[in-house]
Design a protein around this ligand. Structure first.
Ligand code: AMP
Length: 431
């Protein structure tokens, strides 16, 4: 007889590296964050837009920059049977700009204010606050001019969202990185400064010197820190328009009493930024919760008319992380609910209809009708922390009544089904 083959234990399949499920127990907090983002943006007249998760690769190489890390190292390429060069979107702004042009959204007026929420994908080394799949909430103001009132409004909305979520001590770092008139001069100065000091910078920065010198300023490597301190500062070299724009933006923030730190090293990773760039932090965060800035040439660079714009992206995983870190507690959403316990077949048959009646009267009902015994249904009611239980047995089903039980005091009362919704509401309002 052949030896019985040893059964290999199958390893359960895991989610891909750096990608996470959002489990049911975290949906409440996710919902709260999403609702805060939406409510506040909609108050400021932003309209929702949704774009596909896949885009043509060239959308990002033309906007984020051929030499940006996003394009060179972090793209998730998708092989299609038709050999289209598609990628999973690494960020939302370029997609929104593409859609704005494609659908002639300038017809909506000026400014066009849009928001989008959804997953983004970057092939990064996963670490704290950095994943391969993460969610951003994007806000974009696309306007016919580059009015700094919108740079300030974007920052204000970002902070109001954090305030609604009770996040403590948010702070703004801000800089201006100029425009196509003044930035090339600054770029030259920066290259001249670093050229003779190549042996004092990291290997990545040696490359950046050739491809994207501004990014030398936000290198985090130890070896590069000293030199950065004496590097030329861009705000000293802004042209008149950029200087005025920056000054106006800061004055709007002053007027709103929004404190900010001027960070001369802040340049951000995407090539499309012009003038204002900013990042937002909060107490206890070692990472930015989000960031943004102005992108006056992006729309033109992908075939649209000259249309200045400003926006930001809020990292939702990071916002949730900070809510946990700051130990922020919200009032539980489901405290005004009842738990229905049905005992016996006749009651169980009528229980779905009873739930419908309660739903029509806006009473939230939990149940575990698949369990037969009273005790196991009571256990479920305790787990849900429902303040009231409705006990619906054979006798009650026959008499068209329900017992209301106060879960704390244990007090019970029998109420006719016709009056049950009002009786529940009255009791819940007295808790
Ligand atoms: P960016 O699109 O690079 O300007 O990033 C804006 C915000 O998105 C960051 O401040 C983070 O909050 C979030 N974010 C960017 N990349 C990641 C990532 N790999 N994992 C988690 N959040 C991210």
């Amino acid at each position: 007889m052949p030896k019985k083959e040893k059964k290999l234990k199958k390893e359960p399949i895991q989610s891909p590296k750096g990608m996470h499920d959002i489990l049911p127990q975290y949906q409440d907090i996710w919902n709260r964050v999403r609702v805060a983002c939406q409510e506040i943006s909609e108050y400021y007249n932003f309209k929702r837009i949704e774009t596909p998760i896949l885009e043509y690769e060239e959308l990002f190489s033309k906007t984020s920059g051929e030499s940006s890390e996003i394009v060179t190292k972090q793209m998730f390429n998708v092989l299609t049977p038709g050999k289209d060069k598609l990628v999973l979107r690494p960020e939302g702004t370029a997609s929104i700009a593409r859609s704005y042009i494609q659908h002639g959204l300038s017809q909506l007026g000026s400014p066009v204010k849009l928001y989008m929420e959804g997953p983004m994908f970057r092939y990064e080394q996963p670490q704290s606050g950095r994943f391969r799949s993460f969610h951003q909430f994007d806000l974009e103001v696309i306007s016919s001019d580059d009015d700094s009132v919108y740079d300030a409004q974007i920052i204000l909305i970002f902070l109001k969202i954090l305030e609604q979520l009770k996040i403590k001590n948010a702070s703004v770092s801000i800089n201006s990185i100029g425009c196509k008139n003044c930035r090339p001069e600054y770029r030259k100065d920066l290259i001249n400064f670093y050229k003779s000091k190549k042996n004092k910078i990291c290997d990545d920065c040696k490359n950046r010197l050739e491809t994207n010198p501004l990014r030398l300023l936000d290198c985090k490597e130890e070896i590069c820190q000293d030199l950065k301190k004496s590097a030329p500062i861009i705000v000293d070299r802004l042209c008149y328009q950029c200087k005025t724009h920056f000054k106006d933006t800061l004055e709007y923030l002053d007027e709103l009493k929004i404190p900010y730190n001027m960070d001369h090293m802040l340049v951000r990773g995407l090539d499309y930024y012009t003038k204002t760039v900013f990042e937002v932090f909060a107490e206890g965060a070692t990472f930015a919760l989000g960031g943004g800035g102005r992108y006056d040439y992006l729309i033109e660079s992908i075939g649209g008319k000259n249309t200045p714009a400003v926006g930001c992206a809020i990292g939702l995983e990071r916002v949730i992380e900070i809510i946990k870190l700051q130990n922020i507690q919200y009032k539980p959403k489901h405290e005004n609910n009842v738990f229905l316990i049905a005992i016996g077949n006749a009651a169980k048959k009528k229980s779905l209809g009873l739930i419908e009646k309660l739903r029509e009267s806006n009473v939230e009902v939990f149940e575990s009708l698949g369990k037969d015994s009273f005790n196991s249904q009571m256990k479920s009611a305790n787990k849900m922390a429902s303040p009231l239980a409705l006990i619906f047995g054979q006798k009650e089903a026959h008499e068209e009544s329900v017992i209301i039980k106060d879960m704390k005091s244990g007090a019970q009362e029998t109420i006719p089904i016709l009056k049950i919704a009002d009786a529940i509401k009255k009791r819940l309002s007295q808790l």
